[in-house]
Design a protein around this ligand. Structure first.
Ligand SMILES: [Zn+2]
Length: 417
């Protein structure tokens, strides 16, 4: 029985769950520049060639499959092919398989569009091998400011050496030529959240990717004997941290944004010693920079007050700040039309997670199509998508392409700036 586009994309993702496409049997781990990454690229290249695409690998190991059009402009469709350790089969890979599947369909129909389509498979979005994420999309968009090639993985191998072993030239990582042929980047991706399932919808239109701030907070009190120090005389860094964590929860709930303390270390970390120092992370995300920044400010003020009261000194370092990325309005309208044409309700939603589209937004307008995943579970082997939902996503993308072609009808104006 012939497979639907959705079944094909899902079965390819499932094929990529196992060795040689995973570094370990029984779990999916496909990190940047590993033999599993190489195996995935080789198989993708075979599928791309069969779909009348030409392929090349850029300086960051991003596989680019090009399906030629009749005009000079290029539409990018893609996502990342790397995974977290013991991850799910669809985060990233599904977007690549959908891009490929859509081109296969065009190729099968012998259809050429007024623009070329390039299907991208970024090798590093997750940052699960080296402490640098989105290396592929940042390299492609020319926004890789820091040099990640000296970063070392857990086996002591530098990214530069891993790149050379993979056949890439680390010196070229930050020299991607500026491209003015690209008019849009479209990233299909699983939602990684529970909203579409709650709305009973197969797909959703991403309006933008949240603004992020990450803080590192250090509280310093006084380590002392757990038996001999009366409660009023303590300077307990961990109880101060507990109050600060609840403050994050209270402020973010009130501002209707999200905030997380995901990492915490108490020192000396001994059962019979009052914690003298506590270090923890704060991750704040919001669709507006103003709401995020106000919450950060309120947190700093509240933290200073509670530390004062408890005789604790504190230090707050901002370790990351990312601007929100807005998805292109025109593309959102066309996606909404394409979704309606599939007898589905267009549903706009914001992305709380970061995606390659964030880095690509400095190169061109970006759009994202979310696909429902079961219970919103991701970065977990239990990650699941329904082939029927994926098939709707594929049909939406094909319909979206038709609408782009219509816009091109009058001689090369896509409607994108
Ligand atoms: Zn992803």
């Amino acid at each position: 029985m012939p497979q639907t586009l959705g079944e094909k994309a899902v079965s390819r993702c499932n094929q990529f769950k196992h060795p040689p496409y995973s570094e370990e049997p029984g779990a999916l781990t496909r990190r940047f520049l590993t033999p599993a990454h190489k195996a995935a690229l080789e198989t993708l290249i075979g599928w791309m060639h069969a779909a009348n695409m030409t392929t090349r690998l850029d300086a960051a190991g991003t596989l680019i499959g090009r399906y030629e059009g009749t005009g000079p402009k290029t539409l990018l469709i893609g996502s990342h092919i790397d995974s977290v350790r013991d991850g799910g089969a669809y985060d990233g890979a599904l977007g690549v398989m959908l891009g490929l599947g859509v081109v296969e369909e065009l190729s099968l129909q012998g259809k050429r569009l007024p623009f070329a389509i390039e299907v991208l498979a970024f090798g590093d979005e997750e940052g699960s091998r080296f402490h640098a994420s989105m290396t592929g999309s940042r390299s492609l968009s020319g926004t890789l400011q820091d040099d990640p090639t000296l970063l070392i993985d857990e086996d002591g191998i530098s990214m530069g050496d891993a790149m050379r072993a993979f056949g890439l030239d680390p010196a070229k990582l930050r020299t991607s030529p500026r491209r003015d042929d690209v008019f849009l980047y479209l990233e299909p991706h699983i939602e990684q959240g529970p909203v579409l399932e709650a709305e009973d919808l197969p797909v959703g239109i991403v309006t933008g990717i949240a603004a992020q701030t990450r803080l590192a907070v250090t509280l310093t009190g006084m380590a002392n004997h757990a038996g001999t120090t009366p409660m009023p005389l303590r300077k307990d860094a961990l109880t101060a941290a507990a109050e600060a964590i609840l403050l994050v929860e209270k402020l973010t709930s009130a501002a209707q944004i999200v905030g997380t303390v995901g990492a915490l270390t108490a020192r000396p970390g001994v059962g019979n010693v009052i914690p003298g120092e506590c270090v923890f992370s704060v991750d704040l995300r919001a669709s507006s920079t103003a709401a995020r920044d106000q919450t950060e400010q309120d947190f700093r003020t509240g933290l200073a007050a509670l530390c004062d009261r408890r005789g604790i000194t504190h230090e707050v370092k901002r370790i990351q700040q990312l601007a929100p990325c807005l998805c292109d309005n025109h593309a959102q309208t066309l996606l909404a039309e394409a979704i309606t044409a599939q007898n589905q309700r267009p549903y706009p939603l914001a992305s709380g997670a970061g995606h390659d589209a964030m880095s690509l937004s400095t190169l061109c307008p970006v759009a994202m199509l979310f696909i429902r995943c079961r219970a919103g579970i991701s970065h977990n082997p239990a990650e699941h998508v329904d082939a029927a939902d994926v098939d709707i996503a594929a049909r939406v993308i094909l319909e979206f392409l038709d609408r782009l072609v219509e816009k091109w009808g009058d001689g090369g104006n896509s409607g994108f700036k």
